[in-house]
Every structure is written in C-alpha cells, then in structure tokens.
Ligand binder design. Structure first.
Ligand code: HEC
Ligand code: HEC
Length: 457
C-alpha cells in the first residue's frame, strides 16, 4: 500500500506541474487588477484558431504590387514591418512596440486576431486601445496572406475559407462584422451547441465602423440599434467559431468578466491641439439647444439619454437595421449569451441610438457605417463628399477629423480590389452618407462654434 502512495506522489507532482505550465501560458501574472487582466487576456490569450504565422507575415510583401514590392525588397526587416503594418492597418502595442496591438503573437509565432483588430487604432499617429481601427484592411490582409500560404502549400485558416462565403469588408477601416455574427449564430441553438445540418442564413452584407469602447460604461444597451443589453457573456460572441463549443464559452466566462471590467474602465483621448475656449462656450449653448436632447450633456452633471431615433427621422443608411432581422435578434436574446432571455433584448428597434459624444474628435469617420470623414461634414450635410480617401496619419484640425482627398466619382486608377478599398464610396450599398439633418438648424457660424465645443468633450 505504502509503496503505491510513494509512486503516486511523484506522478501527481509531474501532472500538476505539467498542468501548471499549461496554465501559466494561459493566465495573467498574479497581482493584476481585473481591468489589467482584461487587457492581458485580449493581447496574450487566444480564443480563436491562428490566422497565419510570423513567417507568412514576414514574406507577405512578395505578394504586393509594384512599386511597393521593390521598395520592400530593398528595405531592412524593420522598415518592411512598418510598411506591412501601414498596408494592413496594424499598429504597435503601446507597451511593447515589437508586437501588433491587433493580433496575439504566441511563442510559436502564430498570429491570432483579437478584439483590437477592429477596436484598437491610432488617431493623428497616436495608438489608442479602444479607439475604432479606422485603418484595418482585413480583406486585403486575408487575400495576400492566403495567396502566399497557397503558394507555399501551407494550411488555410478560417478567414481564408470564411471570406469565400462572407465578404470581409469593401472599405478599409470598416468590416462586415455584423454578418460574421449572423453567419455563426445561425448554426447554434440557445445553449450554443453547433448544428451542421442547418442551412446558411440569408445575409444582407454591409460594412460597419466599430464604435469607440470608451462609451461602453455609459450605455445600458449595446450596438447602434441598442438591441442587446450589456453583459460579459455577450462579449464572447466574437469568439464563436465552429471549433469553440458551449464548454469553451463557460470556461472563458471568467476571463470575459475581466474583459468587461477593462472595457468599462476606458477613457477617451484628449484633443491634442489648441482649442478656442470662447468659441467653444458659444458652441455649448447651441449644442444644448439642438443636440443635447438626443446626445446628452457633458461636463458637470452630465447626462446620457440613450435615445432610440426612428429610421424615418434619422435617415442615415438603413442596411444595418434591415440586416439584423427580429428573428436574428431573438435567437441572440434566447441564447446563453443573453442569459436565456433574462437580459433586455429589443427584437425590433426600428432605428438607431444617438451615441455619446465623449472623445468624438478622435473617432472619425462618423456614423455607424463610417461614411462621413469629419465632424464638419456631420454638421454640414450638403457638403459631405461623395468619394473620399484618407491619408495615413493626417488629422484635419479645421474640420475635426480625417485628412482626406475628395472626389466626385471613383478615380480611374482604382482598379484592383485592394486599391478600391482605400476609397470610401458613399454611393455603394450600405455606405450612404445621407441623413442626420438636425444640424441644419445651426447657422454656419453656430456650426463652427459647435465643432469647437465638440473638441472639448
Ligand atoms: C471584425 C471587427 C470586429 C472585431 C474583431 C470585434 N468587433 Fe466588436 N464591434 C465591431 C462592430 C462593427 C461593432 C458595431 C456593431 C453594431 O453596432 O451593430 C462592434 C460592437 C462591439 C460592442 C458594442 C459597443 C457599443 O458601444 O455598442 C462591443 C462591446 C464589442 N464590439 C466588443 C468586442 C469584443 C470584446 C471583441 C473581441 C472578443 C470584439 N468586439 C471584436 C467590430 C468588431
Ligand atoms: C433626434 C436626435 C438627434 C439630434 C437632434 C442630433 N443627433 Fe447626432 N446622432 C443621432 C443618431 C441616432 C446618430 C447615429 C446615426 C448613425 O450612426 O447612423 C447620431 C450621430 C451623430 C454623430 C456621429 C457619432 C459617431 O460616433 O459616429 C455626431 C458627431 C453627431 N450625431 C452630432 C450631433 C450634433 C452636433 C447635433 C446637434 C447639432 C446632433 N448630432 C443632433 C441623433 C441625433
């Protein structure tokens, strides 16, 4: 009897040290706060299968068009990495510039997309986690890495296959993210078991600009139509790929309580340039008269009404509203993500919620589809450009937003798909820049003052 115990102990020790090692790669260092753990999980732990390897990323320049390819060929590895980051809308992590904010890179060199792919970007050249990534070129990155994997006989990933059925995004900085959710949810029952005998759902493809995460704390209901009540479980829907079953979601629930705490803790960046305070004060008066009823008040005794505005009043692009049917919303509402119906789920919202405007200077382009490049163009509907293209880091202080070139139609040079994606064409389906005409109640002078005021939020 005794000798058996003696044998069992070392085996137990080996087993526990093994499982501790596995855990060590998966769990944050001790002593972090819940918020800090949330950031750790997002940047260090993978919840999805990998997208590509370091080796593929380092050689993807061989798939670039001329003259960029020759430029990359002559460049140092460091310069080449910068070119690749710029081409695909990736940024260095603030605390570790050798790694991208938008992908988890593990010790084996696997790159796996994380939430910051869409929810972490830069403004005026400064990286800010929680800022919508207005540069992300998911479709171009997927096409070019896939082409290289194909050439090298490497296995293809979920995006490589997924993009054959669901377009990833037609304009850089926006994605068809809502339909990724629709496509994946259609195969799940309310307990999130996967059923491969179901038919793929009907989808209305359209691209969206991700919302700023620093508004999360002010909201009760999420998404542009406010259909889903906030909760940590719902955050896990973005990890819903076939290989993740109900037991995975339960296992990760604790991680996502921390992610919830992290997102709740975020603050907007401050406007980095001088502000005309006198003009801004006049702007506040006009803002209170025309805008506050929907967008709330700021500063001392701030308030946020979280007001749902009917589509016939807001008149911005309605593709997003129609793309999610009452049935889609209800299947989310009945599922584990929404605590089987215990959460407030609005199946037929009929419009869009006026978002909070804190940090609005930083989160250009505007509206849920990212169709309007500056605040000035939000305020002056008739001046909105038909087609526009932004540059890499420029910030337009006068119009408050992206530095853009504007066009009356798509230029003839935009032939390849990757080139077309660098232009925002408001005539395309789901990309209309119309609507939200309320600022017409402001004179041009008042609009200039309101713009100055918005920089202070
Ligand atoms: C491919 C891009 C993409 C990725 C990756 C992504 N999101 Fe989003 N996210 C979006 C878009 C687009 C919306 C807006 C959807 C809408 O309003 O219908 C959104 C909305 C949200 C919202 C609602 C915010 C609000 O103010 O209403 C939260 C919270 C959120 N995402 C969290 C996450 C988390 C957590 C992850 C990672 C686990 C993640 N997202 C990954 C694109 C993305
Ligand atoms: C009747 C309600 C209502 C009024 C009044 C109103 N807005 Fe809005 N606003 C909305 C809604 C709803 C949206 C979201 C539209 C969308 O994304 O399709 C929005 C969007 C915006 C956005 C873009 C937000 C983003 O993150 O993309 C800005 C900026 C804005 N409004 C500023 C103003 C200003 C300034 C005024 C006053 C001159 C004003 N709004 C008046 C309802 C309103």
């Amino acid at each position: 009897m005794r000798s058996r115990y003696f044998l069992a102990l070392p085996i137990l020790a080996i087993l526990t040290s093994f499982s501790l090692q596995v855990l060590a790669a998966d769990s944050p260092p001790k002593g972090l706060s819940s918020e800090q753990r949330g950031y750790w999980f997002l940047t260090q732990k993978t919840y999805l299968p990998p997208d590509f390897t370091q080796d593929i990323f380092d050689k993807v320049w061989t798939k670039w068009p001329e003259t960029l390819r020759s430029e990359a060929e002559k460049a140092t590895p460091e310069e080449r990495r910068k070119l690749a980051f710029a081409r695909y809308g990736l940024t260095p992590r603030p605390e570790d510039p050798t790694k991208p904010l938008q992908y988890v890179v593990d010790s084996k060199g696997n790159w796996t997309m994380n939430c910051f792919a869409c929810h972490g970007g830069k403004v005026a050249g400064k990286v800010w986690p929680g800022l919508p990534n207005s540069h992300y070129a998911l479709a171009t990155l997927t096409e070019e890495t896939r082409s290289l994997k194909f050439e090298q006989g490497k296995p293809l990933g979920r995006m490589d296959f997924g993009s054959i059925f669901v377009p990833l995004g037609a304009t850089n900085g926006t994605t068809n993210a809502v339909n990724f959710g629709v496509a994946l949810m259609a195969f799940r029952d309310k307990d999130l078991n996967y059923h491969d005998d179901r038919l793929p759902p009907r989808m209305v493809h359209h691209d969206m600009d991700a919302p700023a995460w620093w508004h999360f704390a002010r909201k009760k209901q999420l998404y542009i139509d406010g259909f889903a009540e906030k909760g940590h479980r719902g955050l896990l829907q973005f990890t819903m790929v076939r290989s993740n079953g109900p037991e995975k979601f339960k296992e990760w629930e604790a991680d996502y309580r921390d992610v919830y705490a992290y997102i709740s803790s975020l603050k907007p960046p401050q406007y980095p340039h001088p502000i005309d305070q006198e003009l801004a004060a006049r702007g506040e008066t006009a803002f209170r008269r025309v805008c506050a009823e929907c967008h709330g008040t700021y500063g001392k005794n701030s308030s946020y009404p979280e007001l749902l505005v009917g589509i016939e009043d807001i008149k911005t692009d309605r593709a997003r509203l129609d793309a999610l049917t009452p049935k889609h919303r209800d299947s989310y509402g009945q599922s584990w993500f929404a605590e089987h119906g215990a959460k407030n789920n609005i199946n037929d919202p009929g419009g869009y919620v006026a978002p909070p405007l804190d940090g609005i200077w930083a989160s250009a382009p505007y509206f849920h589809n990212g169709s309007v490049p500056t605040i000035w163009h939000v305020l002056r509907p008739k001046q909105r450009p038909v087609v526009w293209r932004r540059d890499e880091d420029g910030y337009d202080q006068e119009l408050a937003g992206l530095q853009v070139e504007t066009f009356v139609t798509l230029p003839k040079e935009a032939i390849a798909d990757w080139q077309k994606r660098t232009y925002f064409d408001t005539r395309a389906f789901g990309k209309s820049a119309a609507g939200h005409d309320f600022p017409l109640q402001l004179t041009d002078d008042e609009a200039r003052a309101v713009l100055e005021y918005l920089k202070t939020l």
